[in-house]
Design a protein around this ligand. Structure first.
Ligand SMILES: NC(=O)c1ccc[n+]([C@@H]2O[C@H](COP(=O)([O-])OP(=O)(O)OC[C@H]3O[C@@H](n4cnc5c(N)ncnc54)[C@H](O)[C@@H]3O)[C@@H](O)[C@H]2O)c1
Length: 338
């Protein structure tokens, strides 16, 4: 491969243009081609990026664009169908979240990429964001103690998807963050939800994930809420972290608060639980676009052959949780092993 990595992006709908913008601006990379079945979207892209080759057919895009790497930002049911021939034709592949429609498809892609020594990366964007990186750093430093539980809320009005429910659309962000900060995948889940707007497609859900060591996470996802909310709380044995992604500056607040139960007690005062209220502080968070870091990491992994932070296996782990959540939804919230 020449020094300059030629990237092609398929899917120029809502999210694809963000990938296109980032790949077109990164050093050592050239946006060589874009692909979409919509002529209108292609015309819009060619107005923004003069000289970029436009394809309305994916097979021709693969054969004729001369790309070294392909980024896929199409609806989820197409991820495997596009990633598979892209890898088979020797291209490095970046797939938007969720990686595919089933863990079986994910496994096949992981195997194919390994056989061909190609980079396979999944777009779990939040793992490239400064606040999530900061939370990971704090958890690893041990100052918050052991994680007891994580709770997350991702709510808004819309965007309603036609092919996937709110769990497959929004929860992948939270699942990937929780797996990352817990440094583990859940062993079991239960999930409840309801479809109010489109029959059979849940627009509100509550997902519980059970991790080894009694650790727990709960994720509330909704397309049907009047207020946009992007909040996560990480409760440790010594401290607690509140992450609000909508805060412009203080996205993370660390609370020196905890509750302890005395091991022995003789008096009533000792019997009562001890509440510790300490200070709150908000660490400085860099303002860098996570998607730029993510796209740069993909290019770096292609150049060096190193394993992406969000590789195919971690993408597969998220899809496994989604599959178990779907099974649980179908069984009225029963507990399902992952
Ligand atoms: N990482 C993130 O934060 C983030 C945010 C939003 C969406 N996404 C993901 O990005 C992906 C795309 O989502 P979206 O909201 O942009 O969807 P979208 O429906 O807005 O866009 C999909 C595009 O794919 C095109 N397309 C459909 N079939 C095609 C085909 N056969 N060949 C070429 N193009 C085709 C459509 O014309 C459309 O322009 C999804 O996997 C979604 O989960 C990720």
């Amino acid at each position: 491969m020449s020094e300059e990595i030629k990237v092609g992006v398929v899917g120029c709908g809502y999210w694809g243009p963000n990938l296109i913008r980032n790949f077109s601006g990164l050093p050592g990379c050239r946006l060589a081609a874009v692909c979409d079945v919509s002529r209108e979207r292609l015309e819009h892209m060619s107005r923004l990026y003069a000289g970029v080759a436009c394809f309305d057919n994916f097979d021709r895009f693969l054969k004729e664009s001369g790309c070294d790497a392909v980024a896929i930002a199409t609806p989820v049911y197409l991820h495997y169908k596009m990633a598979c021939p892209a890898l088979e034709s020797g291209k490095h592949v970046f797939i938007e979240k969720p990686m595919a429609s089933s863990s079986k498809e994910c496994d096949a892609l992981v195997e194919l990429a390994a056989e061909r020594s190609l980079t396979l990366m999944v777009g779990h964007t939040f793992l490239y964001s400064a606040p999530v990186r900061k939370i990971k750093e704090i958890v690893q430093a041990g100052t918050i103690g052991d994680i007891r539980y994580v709770s997350s809320r991702r709510l808004n009005l819309g965007l309603f998807q036609k092919d996937i429910n709110v769990v497959w659309d929004l929860a992948p962000h939270d699942i990937s963050i929780v797996n990352y900060i817990m440094d583990a995948a859940p062993t079991a889940v239960n999930c409840q939800g309801e479809a109010h707007v489109t029959q059979g497609i849940e627009d509100v859900s509550s997902l519980a994930m059970f991790f080894p060591g009694g650790r727990f996470a709960m994720i509330h996802s909704s397309w049907l809420d009047p207020k946009k909310v992007r909040e996560m709380t990480v409760v440790g044995t010594k401290e607690m972290i509140l992450y609000d992604d909508l805060e412009p500056l203080q996205k993370i607040k660390i609370y020196d608060q905890r509750v302890e139960r005395p091991p022995h007690y003789d008096t009533y005062a000792e019997f009562t639980y001890s509440y510790h209220y300490g200070d709150m502080h908000a660490p400085r968070i860099d303002q860098v676009e996570p998607l730029r870091v993510e796209c740069g990491h993909f290019l770096d992994c292609i150049r060096t052959g190193k394993r992406p932070l969000t590789d195919g296996r971690s993408g597969r782990d998220v899809v496994r949780v989604l599959e178990a959540a779907s099974e649980s939804l179908g069984r009225q919230g029963a507990r399902v092993e992952v």
